[in-house]
Design a protein around this ligand. Structure first.
Ligand code: WT7
Length: 653
């Protein structure tokens, strides 16, 4: 790495480095050269249906499909007429050959450990599925899962899948209010939770949040609670039961029911550009095929791998790359409950040494935190078991990429920078570790069957190194089917702009090698620590506080989180901009959404900059936050004094 140079020059030099896959890696890889990639990619794009049908045929179908794809843009049906059970593919399918192989290696935050073989996972899944049935839960019912990172989170998902119940996992860091929103939107009839989970040495009181979310509720018939932390919890008679009691009443005989390939598998909420999160709907056969194929090729899974995806099951990464993808491949998955800095800043590296992890998949924000914490925490450990590294969630800055490559991968592990979204269900743009030469900061090339492009306003592909909008031009099996309960929003958000191409919402360019460089979101969505957060959602939370008249939320660059949240707030008559109120508002956002959405800074203002038609000019606020001068067109600004005041001390009252 160059020593002291300006940021620009340094990133310029780093960007031009190319890292070829190590010959030793390529020799053993499923796709071992660019020629092999190109050949399969070209044929997969010439005939995507044939490619995906070939992949789907590697899975177990109770009835084979009649038609691979029915495409009535923007509505896709994959493997039409086929019948499949997703949980059967993730567990039963492996029993004959891998019954005694470890499926889940689990490490609790306090250091407690568990191991489940595929046979044990099968039995637990069957028992839990029977317990769901015994509690009146049926195919098609929606079930909220609000769990810590324990094996039962995966068992709950697989149990739902086994009986055709549609799960909606809510991240354990979200608040009671967030559970409530998702409950109502999905119409869920049951909740699966735990008494608590461990996070940074404390108990996260999950059951308490569920109780709060259910106050006055009549929709939820059953709450099944796992005992994890043994803290006191309130159980409501007639509604709440314990996981261990319920599974003790049933046996482990639960034949996998056959479901239509398009039977809904899950709903996962993600932020959009309005205040209301979108329920992204994924279905069975296509989603499974996508998660399976991408896990197999992108992580180049081998039978002896110890694979660790350090995401939470509450995000799509946890769905596709902790549970469905790797288990469909019969892999050994490591699952860790807690925080990367508990009890020490070396927790990840200690786990990798102890379990001899071979594949690590994490987020740029985590990597930047590790860099900040210092190399000494890494250097104490033997990380030589690692053979492959991955990242996801946001563009990775070349400095973080180089550190990951050198410090964690000892310069010998390929890095797969994977671009995808909750909506895409699986990885879309990514290097293949045995084939693709990588450059720090780019997700490189599309996966098989994925027709990605960068286009201009007219939908025409732009030239090399010109910026544009990232689109996908052909349907793919793991694509979202709709936004639950809001088909119009599905059409408007993803398809209205071009009519026949999926609009990802990201800006991008392709370089002279055709590699995709993702620039970031084009809508009012922030990327905080690799997680999507709608500015409108935070604004909605702020104005729900009795003191707030108006709020505008923007992102600003943040060294660790990628983007930080800044809120500009005007108060109602009679309220004063005190430190106490500032704290109270941050806590309020935490209660309305979750800790992840708490503004890093709240700036009180007498007024917000608006256009003459009354639209808040967020661009100006962003420029103020970034510390720069306000530039560009301000001719529509209603009152220039507002800007002057905001630039003053940041707190003009
Ligand atoms: C948005 C999707 C996919 C699981 C995690 C996030 C950004 C994701 C990358 C990457 C650049 C990336 C995009 C995308 N993003 N991966 N490798 N390089 N940007 O899922 O919450 O649905 O967010 O994350 O902006 O649109 P999500």
């Amino acid at each position: 790495m160059p020593q002291v140079m300006s940021d620009n020059i340094e990133s310029h030099l780093v960007e031009n480095r190319i890292f070829n896959p190590p010959a030793e890696f390529s020799a053993k890889a499923t796709i071992g050269s660019m020629e092999a990639y190109r050949e399969l990619y070209d044929s997969s794009i010439a005939d995507p249906e044939a490619f995906w049908a070939g992949i789907a045929a590697e899975l177990s179908w109770q009835k084979k499909w009649d038609t691979v794809l029915e495409w009535n843009c923007p509505f896709a049906k994959w493997f039409v007429g086929g019948e499949v059970n997703v949980s059967e593919n993730c567990v039963d399918r492996h029993l004959a050959k891998r019954g005694d192989k470890v499926a889940i290696l689990w490490e609790g935050e306090p250091g407690d450990k568990r191991t489940l073989t595929y046979r044990q996972l099968y039995e637990e899944t069957c028992k839990f599925a029977n317990a769901l049935k015994a509690n009146g839960i049926k195919a098609g019912d929606r079930v909220i899962i609000y769990m810590p990172m324990v094996p039962e989170a995966a068992i709950a998902m697989l149990g739902c899948a086994r009986i055709g119940a549609v799960h909606s996992v809510v991240f354990g860091g979200f608040s009671a209010e967030s559970i409530k929103d998702r409950l109502h939107d999905s119409g869920a009839v049951a909740v699966i939770t735990a008494d608590g989970g461990w996070r940074r040495g404390s108990i996260v009181p999950l059951k308490e949040s569920v109780n709060k979310a259910l106050e006055g509720d009549t929709q939820v018939q059953r709450v099944i609670t796992l005992k994890r932390t043994a803290n006191d919890v309130t159980m409501v008679d007639g509604r709440d039961v314990w996981w261990h009691d319920e599974v003790a009443k049933v046996d482990s005989n639960c034949p996998p029911q056959a479901f239509d390939s398009e039977h809904p598998l899950f709903i996962l909420y993600t932020s959009g550009s309005t205040g209301k999160p979108k329920g992204i709907l994924h279905t069975s056969g296509g989603y499974l095929t996508g998660a399976y194929a991408t896990s197999k090729y992108v992580f180049d899974l081998r039978d002896d791998d110890i694979y660790w995806c350090a995401a939470d099951v509450g995000w799509i990464t946890g769905h596709s790359y902790i549970v469905y993808g790797p288990l469909a491949n019969g892999a050994t998955v490591l699952m860790y409950e807690g925080a990367p800095n508990h009890p020490g800043l070396d927790r990840f590296w200690q786990i990798i040494e102890e379990y001899k992890v071979t594949i690590l998949y994490t987020a740029p924000t985590a990597i930047r935190a590790f860099i900040k914490w210092g190399d000494e925490h890494v250097e104490k450990y033997d990380l030589s078991s690692l053979r492959l590294l991955g990242t996801v969630g946001e563009p990775i800055n070349p400095e973080a990429w180089m550190w990951y490559h050198e410090k964690i991968g000892s310069g010998k592990c390929p890095i797969v920078d994977t671009w995808w979204q909750t909506e895409t269900g699986g990885i879309m743009i990514t290097p293949l570790p045995g084939a693709t030469p990588t450059k720090p900061g780019t997700a490189t090339l599309p996966f098989f069957g994925i027709d990605a492009a960068v286009v201009d306003e007219q939908g025409e592909e732009v030239r090399a190194n010109e910026g544009g909008k990232l689109v996908i031009r052909k349907p793919w099996p793991s694509m979202l089917r709709t936004i639950y309960g809001d088909e119009q929003r599905y059409i408007d958000t993803y398809w209205k702009e071009y009519g026949n191409m999926y609009l990802a919402g990201d800006g991008a360019r392709r370089d002279e090698l055709g590699y995709f460089w993702i620039v970031g979101r084009l809508d009012d969505v922030l990327n905080v620590s690799g997680h999507r957060l709608g500015t409108a959602e935070v604004e909605r939370a702020l104005v729900s506080h009795h003191s707030v008249a108006e709020a505008a939320v923007v992102g600003r660059p943040d060294e660790i989180k990628g983007q930080g949240v800044v809120a500009f707030v005007t108060l109602k008559e009679g309220f004063e901009s005190t430190d106490a109120l500032n704290k109270e508002l941050r806590a309020h956002v935490g209660e309305m959404i979750g800790a992840i959405a708490k503004p890093d800074e709240i700036r009180f203002a007498a007024a917000l900059p608006k256009t003459r038609s009354g639209k808040i000019m967020r661009r100006l606020l962003k420029e103020i936050c970034a510390g720069g001068a306000v530039s560009g067109d301000t001719t529509t600004l209603e009152d220039f004094n507002v800007i002057a005041a905001l630039q003053g001390k940041g707190d003009d009252e």
